[in-house]
Design a protein around this ligand. Sequence first.
Ligand SMILES: Cc1ncc(COP(=O)(O)O)c(C=O)c1O
Length: 353
Amino acid sequence: MDIVELRSDTFTRPTPEMRKAMADAELGDDVWGEDPTAISLQEHCAGLFGMEAGLFVPSGTMGNEAALKALTNPGDDVIAESRSHVVLYEHGAPAVISGVVLRLIDGPNGRLSVDAVAEMIASANEHTSRPTLVWQENTHNMSGGRVIPLEHLAAVARVAHEGGARAFLDGARIFNASVASGVPVRAYGAEVDALSFCFSKGLGAPVGSMLLGSSEFIDRARIVRQMLGGGMRQVGLLCAAARVAVDTMVERLAEDHENAQVLAHGIADALPGSVDPAEVETNMVFVDLPGLDVEEIVRSMWDEGVRMAALGPTRIRAVTSKEVDRAGIDRAIAAFGQAVRGSNAVRDAAVAV
Ligand SMILES: Cc1ncc(COP(=O)(O)O)c(C=O)c1O
């Protein structure tokens, strides 16, 4: 049975063109700064985002953590939205590696409130710790892949700068934000001091993320990368695939966004109120199932070859990517409808769906 993989866009596998580029890549020792394919990718990406320099890192998590350490001192405060990846999914690394305190703000749709950030910075004094970095995430994963509009991102960065703090963007899926909003990635880059983005999610490369910022920042991040064991030797092998990803896989993200819309509408038809398609802006569909047995529904879809992820006791996440075409989406909608109709909770309540 063909699998419809909707758990994450990290399941994307490299294209034949990526595999060929890997086989043909010119290589050197990147820890010595001599891998031509890595150098060329870093320069190319810096150019795309209007930044001075770039650094290839093995993962988005390492990019975030290297950035944090390069941009802060132990004891500093970092302001972040409370459901950001750096807060929830990096195993406390900001505290362990950088010794920083995360100051959290709940942001609807992943957006930090400009006033709340300004107030947090303004309330620091000689008796308190001091926010030196403001962290944004775009698209914002845990709010359902929502796009942070450029004006909002810029307004938050502005209050950070006015308060003497720096602005960082975790742009793991910044190309999804760009394709959905029509805002060039360069415009996002212009608002922040540094950012990271991933090659290994919707863009389909097997491994890697890019850190971008000033040359001084990248020099510091390179040292941290080495400290974390992320300096890799003939890394051009991976950078070659990443280059194909940025060159050829960006525009097609629109197809993933369309598929997410179709999926959201199909799920909303099967179980009204479980998802609002208007809130699906990119490639993620969050489905709320209060009162239903989420594990049972996920298992039932799994038996039909459709994989979605349980996100806690009442929610399922489906992420579209190049691995799933429209026929796969149709199968996912059918499997969801069947799973819900067959669910014990629905049967017990004799709810017609
Ligand atoms: C917003 C965000 N940042 C960072 C990461 C970390 O990327 P990686 O899995 O490559 O460490 C992810 C992964 O899903 C993410 O969604």
